[in-house]
Design a protein around this ligand. Sequence first.
Ligand code: HEC
Ligand code: HEC
Length: 466
Amino acid sequence: MKKPNLLLLLPMILLIAATIDFNDLPNYANQTVPNYITKDNTPNNNSITDEGATLGRVLFYDKNLSANNTIACASCHQQEFAFGDTETQSIGLNQGLTGRHSMRLVNSRFADEEGFFWDERAATLEAQTTQPIQDHVEMGFSGSDGDPDLDSLIRKLEDIDYYQSLFTLVFGDAQITEARMQSALAQFVRSIQSFDSKFDEGLAQVNNINQDFPNFSAEENDGKELYLAPPPAGGAGCQGCHRAPEFDIDPNSGNNGVVGVAGDPSSIDITNTRAPSLRDLVDPNGNLNGPLMHNGEFTSLEQVIDHYDQITVVNGNTNLDNRLAGGGGGGGGPQNLQLTQAEKDALVAFLHTLTGSDIYTNEKWSEPFDDAGNLTLLNDPLEIEEVSTVSEVSMFPNPTNGPLTIQLSGGNYQIELYSINGSHVSTIQTLQTTNVDLSDLQSGVYLVRVLDNNTGEASTKRILKN
Ligand code: HEC
Ligand code: HEC
């Protein structure tokens, strides 16, 4: 393929929002995290990189990950709803409905709880990410009931050009494995963060969560106090489980008394002991980002507060958290806070301050495919033409573990080494055959450009460093 003329392409590029430029990846690796955020469940072997999260983003939005090419992760985790869904039960393959309500993916990284899903059944986020793909209803590569299995998905993805390029970008070669998909998807999900709320502005101003925030109304400050204080101290005790400033869930929480099953009023489900961060429950306009709880039972924050104000213990619920069963404010029975209407309103007002704006609009978390389902990669090294006008140049071994011989006919050459994302690594001036050592470089694809200083002829070759 010929290297495209960038000047001709420029007006076209402006029209296509959906592009990934290998020379200009979005920043995922060094996002700003406020200093008061201390929890982080990133494992040592899967730190977020710009390359990994970029691959994760493409996988997240790709309908090819479902057996009939209709469903992507993003079908049920939509950016405009803080990566949740307004449907009570999300629609999967062939109009099938999920058994539980979809979860907002907000600040998943900043939490002590490592078990994912409402019932914590996935041991890590990495393990979680390929479960929807293998779910019969969600994406359909279950390998049972006549469904194709995960290996057939991997073979399907191997035939897609952009995955050849993207997996090479991240891992140095194009091989696709479940572990690699998990690593990239988890990096992308962990990158989704929201720290530009009114709450964050207030906390940054006073640096003490227990002090009134100057940017809050009196009602919002009252709500904050109620949220933080335990029931014996006249509070609502939310902080005991949804711990500010991350608003992540206490890993030891039992269930909260909501035990209904979506679409099945006669059953109960007492296993739901996890909640996503309580940030971005509502959007910047104050509208709910979807119904609340594992069964989507509540359609307003007022209903949530009413629930906690007076807990009803359903017959058979043996997993109700002690903090709610022990009679906070009510003398022995289940929690009965007897909140006044003004206190309820204050709690709702406070929950509204936990909403940011960047998460809804930042392009780096948005759909990378265009309306026709195409993905445009710019400066993709695998597409860069291996031109050679220099008459005799050869490079070996390729791939290499480090030593590389560049064989040239006698002359006067300048050799430039570039990394796959276009950054310049080194320059070597040489008269003829030269040996270079790439041992110190990270594994991956590099471009070696040889310029003949006498004739101006150039040659570019790809080298894979193991
Ligand atoms: C058909 C809808 C649907 C699709 C497709 C889907 N999800 Fe989900 N997702 C859900 C539902 C429903 C839950 C909660 C399920 C449960 O707890 O049993 C969930 C939960 C999650 C969670 C757990 C969040 C937490 O805080 O515990 C993560 C992470 C997640 N999904 C990521 C993904 C990824 C990555 C993909 C694509 C590979 C994906 N989802 C595809 C509906 C979907
Ligand atoms: C004993 C621990 C505990 C306490 C105390 C508690 N919660 Fe929860 N909360 C949970 C659990 C567990 C869930 C998930 C339950 C489910 O979906 O079945 C949850 C879910 C929620 C949700 C729904 C989240 C979503 O994404 O759908 C909201 C909102 C919420 N709690 C707000 C509050 C407020 C406000 C308070 C204080 C009045 C509070 N919680 C007190 C444990 C607790």
